[in-house]
Design a protein around this ligand. Structure first.
Ligand code: HEC
Length: 277
């Protein structure tokens, strides 16, 4: 499969649409459901039919089954919360509390745990790598695969354990915490309906539909970067847009935010890996 031709095809299509519907995305005023929305929905539908993210999910599936790492093991015994090796439906129940690590973990931090415990990778080394590099690309590919195995299922992120409830409260507090040079919080950009920036919907993450759309479509293939982005990378980039320091990979703050988004998305249907601007 030729990535370059897929990418240039998609970019061409994007440029055509941009030409017809020059940015209506003044993020200042709520946008009515108009013909631009309809055109965007149609364009996304067209792209979705050939989403390059599916190639990353296929690669992730192969990596899951492959003996790798210092211990030359596959991830077939990795427990994502539903028992060793169970991938189907695991993602819509994450983040959750794991008794072996005594932490609430999102998909990526749990994959990291499995890669360390089962395959013998050095956890800190992977945390220190950049997104999309080496084994961090592996994690994004694995995440694309695992999420694809929950496609069409409703989110049901648990809140039964006190640690899970605490992480939700922390995530909520972080979501509304204003600070930094621009005094932004996540809420500054993500608590109104119908906003859009650069052809990308700016979902209202405090509502089930908004959180479901935002949380349930990552990992995603990003046309603008030509690469797969995981939820961790999405959150790190929003912290950059917020002019905050870059959070560490799988830091508790990022996991708390994912708990907040995942619980808000309860009952919404998972549709990852997605396709984004
Ligand atoms: C300055 C505005 C701004 C702030 C502050 C901000 N974001 Fe975003 N966010 C965006 C934009 C713009 C996008 C669309 C992505 C793009 O096209 O670059 C986005 C996209 C997202 C998405 C994916 C939405 C989708 O539909 O795919 C999530 C999830 C998200 N942000 C979460 C957060 C969280 C959590 C915070 C706080 C840590 C935050 N954002 C802070 C502007 C912001």
């Amino acid at each position: 499969m030729n990535f370059l031709s897929i990418r240039s095809g998609i970019k061409l299509l994007l440029l055509c649409i941009l030409g017809i519907h020059a940015l209506t995305g003044s993020a200042q005023t709520p946008q009515p459901k108009d013909s631009t929305d309809a055109a965007l929905a149609q364009y996304r539908q067209m792209l979705q039919e050939a989403n390059p993210a599916d190639l990353y999910a296929a690669k992730g599936q192969a990596l899951w089954a492959q003996a790798r790492g210092p211990k030359a093991q596959s991830l077939r015994t990795c427990d994502l919360g539903l028992g060793p090796g169970v991938v189907k439906g695991a993602w819509v129940r994450l983040p959750r509390y794991f008794s072996d690590t005594r932490r609430v973990q999102d998909l990526e931090s749990r994959l990291l745990t499995c890669m360390h415990d089962i395959q013998g990778f050095d956890e800190q080394e992977l945390i220190d790598l950049d997104f999309s590099k080496g084994e961090r690309l592996t994690i994004a590919q694995l995440a694309a695969y695992v999420s694809s195995e929950s496609q069409g299922m409703p989110f049901n992120v648990p809140q039964t354990n006190p640690f899970e409830r605490e992480m939700y409260a922390i995530g909520q507090a972080l979501f509304y915490m204003r600070a930094g040079t621009h005094d932004f919080s996540c809420a500054s950009c993500h608590t109104q309906d119908g906003r859009r920036i650069r052809l990308q919907d700016l979902p209202n993450l405090s509502t089930p539909a908004g959180a479901g759309f935002a949380f349930g479509t990552w990992p995603a293939y990003r046309i603008s970067t030509g690469s797969i982005w995981s939820m961790q990378q999405r959150l790190a980039d929003c912290y950059r847009q917020q002019r905050f320091p870059k959070p560490k990979f799988v830091s508790p703050a990022t996991i708390a935010l994912s708990v907040y988004l995942g619980v808000n998305a309860s009952g919404q249907v998972a549709d990852a890996p997605g396709l984004k601007r």
